[in-house]
Design a protein around this ligand. Structure first.
Ligand SMILES: [Ca+2]
Length: 323
């Protein structure tokens, strides 16, 4: 009996450890993670807060539907207290648009809990890290990349995210990624370890992450909040979050215990700046051109009709006068 109880206890401990420790030095943090089933009681997700157009279903959390002018967001209510972390974001971006769709979504690691705003649904002049999944190329001047484009920005609260330039003038690093309208789950891993920020993607369901970028010398204080937000404008897409898995990394450097509470986010390296070019006036779309032609034709017909009427009236008056 005692032996059976002991065996059960050991089994329970083993199950618990397997759940918490994923890889060596990687500890799964349930309080910073979002997994199915999402809801506790009513419209509440334990540890998470959501806002705007965000809708919680059985299979995903939809930040925006494939409809115009939607803004939605989701953030973890517990600040991340540990220095080194890895976060796996399982998401899906899909929609009816074949050539025109947007605008995209963002992952955040920021000083304050998310608030509604103009940068993919969250506020501008943020303090921390923004990782943008930009599906629509606003393109001010030629980029060297295509879209969808993933790019990171480190902000100390003074920088503006410029949609007209697709954020490329303030980007830390980035890569292209074909994550839209694919059948399988798309996953991104954001890793912050010993001041190195790296992003890896698995958009082909290979079960392994492909490096998007890795940048050294990135300072991000602890006690910041993670979140995800999305926005649609004239163009739209479904922006869905399926899971967020957060791991504490313990493979630490000797400076692990430095007090960073008074430091601001910074990076020692940025992407080469690109000069600002004033946008050319937008060329008219085919529909607008067609409508303009119709208006001109109608205008000519009205002017002609009025002229004929005036002319006839004038003729009649002259005839009357003549007789
Ligand atoms: Ca854009």
């Amino acid at each position: 009996m005692l032996r059976d109880n002991l065996f059960c206890a050991l089994l329970l401990i083993a199950v618990f450890l397997c759940d918490s420790i994923i890889g060596e030095g990687e500890y799964f943090k349930r309080e910073h993670s979002l997994m199915k089933p999402y809801q506790g009681t009513g419209m509440v997700i334990p540890n998470w807060e959501f806002f705007g157009s965000t809708m919680v279903t059985q299979a995903f959390v939809r930040l925006t539907a494939d409809q115009q002018s939607r803004i939605g967001g989701l953030y973890n209510k517990n600040p991340i207290t540990f220095r080194n972390w890895a976060i796996q974001l399982h998401f899906k971006v899909s929609g009816k648009g074949k050539e025109l769709f947007g605008d995209g979504f963002a992952f955040w690691y920021v000083k304050d809990p998310l608030e509604l705003g103009p940068v993919f649904g969250s506020k501008d002049y943020f303090v921390g890290l923004g990782l943008f999944f930009d599906t629509y190329a606003n393109q001010n001047g030629a980029h060297s990349h295509g879209h969808p484009y993933i790019s990171a920005m480190i902000n100390n609260g003074t920088q503006h995210y410029d949609h007209d330039r697709d954020g490329t003038h303030t980007e830390l690093a980035g890569c292209e990624g074909k994550f839209r309208n694919v059948d399988h789950e798309t996953i991104v891993e954001i890793r912050y370890e010993n001041d190195v920020l790296s992003v890896g993607t698995d958009f082909e369901s290979r079960g392994a992450f492909k490096e998007c970028f890795s940048v050294k010398g990135v300072i991000l204080p602890s006690n910041y909040y993670i979140g995800v937000s999305a926005a649609t404008g004239e163009l739209s897409d479904n922006h869905d979050v399926i899971a967020i898995k957060t791991f504490q990394l313990t493979s630490s450097s000797p400076s692990e215990n430095d007090d960073r509470s008074h430091m601001l986010p910074s990076a020692s390296q940025f992407a080469a700046p690109r000069p600002r070019i004033d946008d050319k006036p937008q060329s008219m779309s085919n529909l607008k051109f067609f409508l303009l032609i119709i208006c001109v034709i109608i205008g000519i017909i009205i002017i002609a009709a009025v002229s004929i009427l005036v002319f006839q009236r004038h003729q009649e008056t002259s005839r009357k006068r003549f007789y």
